[in-house]
Design a protein around this ligand. Structure first.
Ligand SMILES: [Mg+2]
Length: 191
């Protein structure tokens, strides 16, 4: 099968890295209060959202991909098993193209191997090309095309506190992701 994964918030623990970095600069934010628009964190640090966004964009520029941990330490093992059974693995992320090498090396440093890494502004074009059987993202808008169709044959939102209101099929752990893929593989063998 052709399997696709977002990186930040699915494979890598982006929120933890960002909150650590903010704490090191004296902004005490709790990971569980993270939301994509940074509204919770703005309140926590007592700044208006526009002022806090300026700090965030500075911190984002300084972030080193290599400092980011995995969401689950078993991830490399899951990927190696999936590849050993002949699945193709693709990573599709919104990261800036300038950090392609850094991102490639980060995956490699965790012994995560793949068949394609895409750093793109518009993921939808890549989805059309890749024709994926399975895709996981932590952003609901990346799972559905404008016409309402799914970007892959099976799509799942990786559930976090910041997307709990989004009403779509969710997975909450890597064990769940892996088990779903095994089930799909078995279904394919039957037909
Ligand atoms: Mg993400």
């Amino acid at each position: 099968m052709r399997l696709g994964f977002d990186i930040d918030g699915v494979v890598g623990d982006f929120v933890s890295l960002l909150s650590r970095k903010l704490k090191s600069k004296g902004y005490n934010v709790l990971e569980e209060n993270y939301d994509r628009r940074y509204e919770g964190w703005s309140k926590e640090v007592g700044l208006t959202r526009p002022n806090f966004l300026k700090i965030i964009s500075k911190v984002l520029n300084e972030l080193n991909v290599n400092d980011m941990g995995l969401l689950d330490r078993r991830i490399p093992d899951y990927f190696s098993k999936m590849r050993a059974r002949g699945n193709k693995i693709f990573f599709i992320t919104h990261r800036e193209k300038g950090i392609y090498d850094q991102t490639f090396k980060w995956l490699e440093s965790h012994e995560i191997y793949h068949d394609g890494l895409y750093l793109v502004g518009d993921k939808k074009e890549v989805f059309k090309k890749l024709d994926l059987d399975f895709y996981v993202d932590d952003d609901v808008f990346e799972l559905i095309h404008n016409d309402g169709s799914s970007v892959a044959k099976n799509v799942f939102l990786f559930g976090h506190s910041y997307n709990e209101r989004d009403n779509i099929n969710k997975v909450f752990s890597w064990e769940e992701i892996y088990n779903k893929i095994v089930i799909l593989e078995n279904e394919k063998k039957v037909f």
